[in-house]
Design a protein around this ligand. Structure first.
Ligand SMILES: CC(C)(COP(=O)(O)OP(=O)(O)OC[C@H]1O[C@@H](n2cnc3c(N)ncnc32)[C@H](O)[C@@H]1OP(=O)(O)O)[C@@H](O)C(=O)NCCC(=O)NCCS
Length: 174
């Protein structure tokens, strides 16, 4: 089990350093690999094939690169490897993925903590669209469902998701 230290820097069980870094354009393939590998490995457990395909096609290289070039994409490095990623656009959190073999060790929570800290510097509310695999984590982190949405894919299968929000309660009392 991994235990985390101060934000931006973590110590893993084998005492190697790990932490968050801003992605650069040269990291595009790394971010794509994390996104595509995680969708392919995890989403078929939760969604019909047409919805999995929708997600695979949604995260295009152009979209990822535009976010990287805007300085909005973060990488989580641990044990000398990049194990996860997350993106911020304004007060929105998106594209949070941890490679399947590294899930359940606290890495997703660590990425979320970092992204929330960035957002709450300038916003009172953080918002996101929740996947089914991530819904439990978001509830635990204090996000509340605000709306229920549906997207009908080209094959007629339906992607259902919650829009969620979290208020910076600590900031409100500062
Ligand atoms: C969602 C995701 C990022 C979480 O990453 P992770 O490294 O496994 O998360 P953590 O180990 O930090 O777990 C976070 C907490 O959420 C809980 N959790 C994680 N996945 C959960 C699930 N499917 N259902 C219920 N709870 C869950 C964990 O038990 C943990 O709780 P704890 O802090 O009380 O122990 C990762 O599972 C993932 O990449 N999933 C597929 C991609 C995805 O859905 N991304 C979100 C797009 S909106």
């Amino acid at each position: 089990m991994h235990r985390f230290g101060s934000p931006g820097r973590i110590m893993t069980s084998n005492q190697s350093d790990a932490g968050i870094a801003i992605a650069r354009p040269s990291d595009l393939d790394t971010v794509r690999r994390i996104v595509q590998t995680t969708i392919s490995g995890i989403y078929p457990l939760y969604y019909p094939s047409g919805v999995v395909q929708f997600f695979l096609e949604y995260h295009t290289p152009d979209r990822i690169l535009a976010d990287i070039e805007a300085g909005r994409v973060y990488l989580l490095k641990a044990d000398a490897a990049v194990v996860g990623t997350g993106t911020i656009r304004g007060n929105e959190i998106l594209r949070v993925f941890v490679l399947p073999e590294f899930q359940g060790r606290g890495y997703g929570s660590f990425i979320m903590k970092h992204l929330e800290e960035m957002i709450f510097r300038t916003h009172r509310i953080a918002k996101l669209d929740s996947s089914l695999p991530a819904f439990g984590m978001y509830l635990k982190r204090g996000y509340k469902p605000r709306a229920w949405r549906k997207i009908v894919t080209s094959g007629g299968q339906v992607l259902c998701y919650h829009e969620m929000e979290k208020e910076d309660v600590q900031g409100a009392s500062r």
